[in-house]
Design a protein around this ligand. Structure first.
Ligand code: GAP
Length: 449
C-alpha cells in the first residue's frame, strides 16, 4: 500500500468532470454499470488517441529499429500454457460465507487470518466466515466455435506481449531487421481483477502499449538500462511533473523476469505512487517456451558470425488508460482568476495531447461575427480538432474550454470583421494577442507541438 501523497486526491472531482464533459462514462450505465469497465466519450477518445499516437510515433515511426504489429486478441490456447498464464497468472482469493463478498487474500482491510476463527470480513464484519485463500486465475475464458466444451476454450489475452513473441520470426524475416530490434503494438488486454477500482486505474478491460526489444544474450543489461531511461524521458515529455515520477525496482520478480523496474506516478491522496509502466528483462523465457510448446525453432540467424541463438527480450509495457488517468490527475487544477469573482477549473494538458486544440467564438451573435467565426473554424478544422461555440457569455465559453484542456480560445469581435484579425487567448497565461485570421492556422500549429 502506498503512503499518503502530498498531492491532493482529485479522483472524485475528475470522475464527475469526465462524465459531465464527455471524456469517460461508466460502461452500460443505464443498466447500473458493468464492474470496472469504462467507455471513452467524444473528448476522452481524442485524448487517449493523442496519447497512443505519441507512443506510436516515439516507438515506431521515429525509429528504424522497431516495427509495428497488430496481433489478434484471440490466440491459440497453447500460447497461454507456454507463457505460464494458465498455471501462474493467479491471485489468492478469499470468500466471505456470510455476505458472499470476495477479496484478495492480501487485502489490507482484512483483520486476522482468513480461514481461521479470527479472520474478519472487512465488509460485513463477521468473524470466522472468511474462507482459506484459493488461487483464482485472472484470465477471461470463452469458447471458440458453436460448442461450449473444454476443447473449445480460448482466452481473452491478458497482455499483448504474447502476440509479439509468436510473430517474432514473421516480423524479423519479412522486414530483414537485424538484432537488436523491436516489435511494438497497442491493443486491448483483459484481466478478471478481483479488486479493480480507482476509476480507470485498474479495470477489467484496458489497453496496453507494449514493445519487445530482441537483443543478443549478454547485452541485455545495457539495453535494459537504455530503455529505462528512454521510457522515463517519454513520460516527462507528456508533461507529467518530474517530481511525480519515479523508478521502483521490483523486489519480487515475475516468473519470466531477470530484472524489472516500474515507472511510478504519484496519483495523490491515499493512492500515492503507483505503477504506470513496467520495464522488464524477460531473458529468453518467452521465445524458449514457445519453441518448446510449438515445436518450432524461434532462433535468430546471426549471418556475419554464422551462428544461431534465441534472443533475450527487454520489454516496455505501459497502460494507455492508466497513463490517461495520470495525465488527467497531473493536469487538474482549480484556481482564482485575477479580477474575477468566480474561479476556474483547468485541465493543464500539454497542447499536443489536448482533445480540442482551439475553441472558436463569435463575441456576439450579430454583425457578421458568427459567419466569420464559422469560416475561421472551418479553416482550422483542416488541421486540428476545434470547437465552435456561440452560446452564452464569452467568459463562460472560455471556462468551458479551460476545464477540458483546450489550449487556445479564438474570438471574432467587432474589429475582426473590419481588419481580418482575431484574438487568441492562451489557456494558462490568459494573455490575448491579435493574429491575422489568414495566418492563424500556422500560428497555432507552431504552438501545438
Ligand atoms: N507484458 C507485461 C505486462 O503486462 P504488467 O505490469 O502486468 O506487465 C503493464 O502490465 C501495464 O499495463 C501496467 O503498468 C499498467 O499500466 C497496465 N495495466 C495492467 N493491469 C491493468 C489493469 N487491470 N487496468 C489498467 N491497466 C493495467
Amino acid at each position: 500500500m502506498a503512503s499518503v501523497s502530498t498531492y491532493p486526491d482529485v479522483m472524485d472531482k475528475l470522475v464527475s468532470l469526465c462524465k459531465r464533459r464527455g471524456l469517460i462514462f461508466q460502461s452500460s450505465e443505464i443498466y447500473g454499470g458493468t464492474g470496472s469497465v469504462w467507455d471513452y466519450g467524444p473528448l476522452g477518445v481524442e485524448l487517449k488517441k493523442n496519447l497512443k499516437d505519441r507512443w506510436w510515433h516515439a516507438m515506431v515511426r521515429a525509429r528504424d529499429d522497431i516495427e509495428g504489429l497488430d496481433a489478434a486478441i484471440l490466440m491459440h490456447p497453447r500460447v497461454w500454457e507456454a507463457s505460464g498464464h494458465v498455471a501462474g497468472f493467479t491471485d489468492p482469493l478469499v470468500d466471505c460465507r456470510n455476505c458472499k463478498r470476495r477479496f484478495r487474500a492480501d487485502d489490507p482491510t482484512i483483520k486476522g487470518t482468513p480461514g481461521t476463527p479470527d479472520g474478519q470480513c472487512p465488509v460485513c464484519g463477521s468473524k470466522g466466515t472468511l474462507s482459506e485463500p484459493r488461487l483464482f486465475n485472472l484470465m477471461f475464458k470463452t469458447f471458440m466455435g458453436p460448442v461450449e466444451e473444454s476443447a473449445a476454450i480460448v482466452y481473452l489475452r491478458p497482455e499483448t506481449a504474447q502476440g509479439i513473441f509468436v510473430n517474432f520470426l514473421n516480423v524479423q524475416q519479412s522486414t530483414r531487421q537485424k538484432i537488436p530490434f523491436g516489435i511494438a503494438q497497442i491493443g486491448k488486454a483483459f484481466r478478471n481483477e478481483i479488486t479493480p477500482g480507482n476509476f480507470i486505474f485498474r479495470t477489467r478491460e484496458f489497453e496496453q502499449m507494449e514493445m519487445q526489444y530482441f537483443v543478443e544474450p549478454g547485452t541485455d543489461e545495457e539495453h535494459f538500462e537504455y530503455w529505462k531511461a528512454q521510457r522515463m524521458e517519454w513520460h516527462q515529455s507528456l508533461g507529467l511533473a518530474p517530481e511525480r515520477l519515479r523508478y521502483k525496482p521490483h523486489e519480487q520478480l515475475a516468473h519470466y523476469a531477470r530484472a524489472a523496474a516500474d515507472i511510478e506516478f504519484d496519483f495523490g491522496g491515499s493512492l500515492g505512487f503507483q505503477e504506470i509502466e513496467g520495464v522488464h528483462n524477460r531473458s529468453d523465457f518467452d521465445l524458449g517456451r514457445h519453441q518448446e510448446y510449438s515445436g518450432k525453432k524461434l532462433e535468430y540467424f546471426d549471418q556475419p558470425n554464422n551462428r544461431r541463438f534465441v534472443p533475450y527480450v527487454i520489454e516496455t509495457s505501459v497502460g494507455a488508460d492508466r497513463t490517461t488517468l495520470a495525465l488527467l490527475v497531473n493536469a487538474y487544477r482549480e484556481e482564482e482568476v485575477p479580477g474575477e469573482s468566480e474561479g476556474r477549473t483547468v485541465l493543464g494538458l500539454s497542447p499536443a495531447l489536448a482533445p480540442i486544440k482551439a475553441g472558436v467564438f463569435p463575441l456576439v451573435k450579430k454583425d457578421g461575427m458568427p459567419e466569420m467565426a464559422q469560416r475561421v473554424a472551418d479553416e482550422l478544422r483542416r488541421s486540428f480538432a476545434v470547437f465552435y461555440d456561440d452560446g452564452g457569455a464569452i467568459g463562460r465559453r472560455y471556462r468551458r474550454q479551460d476545464e477540458v484542456g483546450t489550449p487556445f480560445g479564438v474570438t471574432v469581435d467587432g474589429q475582426s470583421t473590419q481588419d481580418g484579425t482575431v484574438t487568441v487567448r492562451d489557456r494558462d497565461t490568459l494573455q490575448q494577442v491579435r493574429v491575422a485570421a489568414d495566418q492563424l492556422r500556422g500560428y497555432l500549429a507552431e504552438r501545438l507541438g
